[in-house]
Design a protein around this ligand. Structure first.
Ligand code: THU
Length: 133
């Protein structure tokens, strides 16, 4: 699939956002090494802190389906220009996707720019820091 198709999938996911409290809609598409796609949108909760971001919804869907290797994630949101992943999502994307996972940030004008998770979360805490049992 071409970037334009993935952007379309991200926007479709964004349209399904459940965001009655913030009114801020986010859509993500995660692509696995085998080419499968997983869409995610933010799902808010009346107990606000239980809200789950679009990126984590997409990642947890994928992992729960058995996928473990990912190459790209497309992200769009209601911010005036780019919507960047929050800190919690950066950590989850790093742990489950690795620092080379490409993040394509979709601008509100339809173009996109690409960074890696490593760019977004340098000097990270990660599995290599945990003492083995
Ligand atoms: N949100 C995401 O879905 N992803 C992010 O990385 C940033 C924030 C959502 C959470 C909440 O529903 C709304 O955007 C406003 O913070």
């Amino acid at each position: 699939m071409k970037p334009a198709n993935y952007i379309q999938l991200a926007k479709e996911a964004q349209a399904r956002a459940l965001a009655p409290y913030s009114g801020f809609r986010v859509g993500a598409v995660l692509i696995s090494a085998s080419g499968k796609t997983y869409q995610g949108c933010n799902v808010e909760n009346s107990s606000y802190s239980l809200t789950c971001c679009a990126e984590r919804v997409a990642m947890f869907k994928a992992v729960s389906e058995g996928d473990r290797e990912f190459t790209d994630l497309y992200l769009c949101g209601d911010a005036p220009e780019y919507t960047y992943p929050c800190g919690a999502c950066r950590q989850v994307l790093l742990d489950l996707g690795g620092s080379d996972l490409k993040i394509h940030l979709i601008h509100s004008n339809g173009t996109f720019k690409t960074v890696t998770v490593g760019d977004l979360l340098p000097l990270s805490f990660n599995a290599s820091h945990l003492r083995k049992p």
